[in-house]
Design a protein around this ligand. Structure first.
Ligand SMILES: Nc1ncnc2c1ncn2[C@@H]1O[C@H](COP(=O)(O)OP(=O)(O)OP(=O)(O)O)[C@@H](O)[C@H]1O
Ligand SMILES: [Mg+2]
Length: 357
């Protein structure tokens, strides 16, 4: 007999990539397993015909709101892949992206198809800080029941936190969602460097401060992509969409007429200029806060590109970069659900006469 597992999902619907961190308990053996997974935040209308007939992988299609879509890496092949720069895009497609993320866990075999069946599933996801108050409830409503391809993915609990807050939870809680005492009451500046935006969260005595938080719009890694894209256009008349440029800056090479071309030097330069620019932006707006802060945390996938330069400028113990920084928000959202579960258990035990006697 298979038991339907209780699942906690940390979901970060970034403008660049969807990241998911999940864990489930197999009732009897008390076995727990954690899975990290991501795919590009890309959605395109599915097209019947030529591409499908070629036998190539044109991707799985999903029916959503009366239309058929392709999601993730395979959507990048389509010319009319939707713009991912818009909060309305993210909210509208959040049920589809959440469904694809959870289904991916089942398909990978890491969790098994029972994850899609009704059961106790909780999800915590993030919204950019700037939209937290205005769009939080729309996102909760959108994700509560994801109806896709005739299936329904229902969550018993949907939590929405601000992006960047996930990074704080990731820092404050250990792997099992237990609080790390000495990290609870710190003053921290969190710099979440994403593809599109840089979200900055000021944390005073362990609590997010609206006054010290802000966003550098269009300040993310897309700036490096743009510079590299301009170079490829100028030198080779090679026009690549932004999502593909993301791949180029990760792999540091492109294939042009079948030949591999090393572009690491161009990327290194773009990366250096970007680090200098970002450090200057942060310093000019948050130096007053930083002087009194206990830590600066650099996270989001952008951390890979700036951490060495930041490490040169700030003391070693002051700067903290989480492991796999691109997953830090999703990991923190997951830990937040775990921490809530512990807190609820503690409250239950406090009221349990068997425990009190
Ligand atoms: N493992 C990695 N190695 C190298 N680069 C990476 C890695 N992971 C992410 N990146 C780069 O960092 C960028 C930002 O990643 P991240 O996942 O934090 O963005 P996002 O959350 O989708 O964007 P936003 O926060 O703007 O919504 C990616 O677009 C990619 O270029
Ligand atoms: Mg992000």
């Amino acid at each position: 007999m298979s038991t339907i597992p209780a699942v906690h999902l940390g979901l970060d619907l970034g403008f660049g990539d969807v990241k998911i961190v999940a864990d489930f308990e197999c009732g009897e053996a008390n076995h727990r397993q954690k899975v990290l997974r991501k795919f590009p935040t890309a959605v395109a209308y599915a097209k019947d015909g030529i591409i499908g007939n070629l036998g190539g992988d044109s991707g799985k299609t999903y029916s959503f709101n009366g239309r058929k879509y392709v999601v993730g890496a395979s959507a990048l092949q389509f010319r009319d892949v939707f713009s991912t720069r818009d909060i309305n895009f993210l909210i509208h497609f959040s049920p589809l992206l959440a469904f694809a993320a959870v289904e991916g866990l089942a398909q990978e075999g890491s969790m098994g198809p029972e994850i899609l069946q009704p059961g106790k599933k909780s999800v915590c996801l993030g919204v950019p800080l700037a939209y937290f108050h205005s769009r939080r409830s729309s996102l909760v409503e959108a994700v509560r029941a994801c109806h896709v391809s005739g299936a329904s993915l229902d969550f018993t609990n949907v939590e929405v936190r601000a992006q960047g807050q996930g990074i704080l939870f990731d820092f404050m809680f250990d792997e099992d969602g237990e609080a790390i005492e000495e990290r609870l009451n710190m003053n921290i500046l969190i710099v979440d460097i994403g593809f599109n935006t840089v979200d900055i969260l000021g944390v005073v005595n362990g609590r997010s401060s609206r006054e010290w938080s802000g966003m550098i719009e269009r300040g993310g890694i897309s700036r490096i992509c743009q510079q590299v894209g301009d170079y490829l256009q100028r030198e080779f008349s090679f026009d690549l969409p932004e999502q593909s440029l993301k791949d180029v800056i990760t792999k540091r090479e492109i294939t042009l007429y079948g030949a591999k071309k090393d572009v690491s030097e161009v990327i290194r330069k773009a990366q250096e200029e970007y680090s200098d620019w970002l450090m200057q932006e942060v310093r000019s707006r948050w130096d007053g806060f930083l002087q009194k802060a206990d830590r600066m945390i650099i996270a989001g996938g952008g951390a890979y590109y700036v951490r060495d330069d930041f490490a040169e400028k700030y003391p070693k113990d002051f700067l903290y970069v989480p492991e796999k920084p691109e997953y830090s928000n999703a990991m923190g959202f997951y830990k937040y659900l775990e921490a809530k579960k512990h807190a609820e258990q503690d409250v239950q035990e406090d009221h349990d006469p068997a425990v009190q006697s």
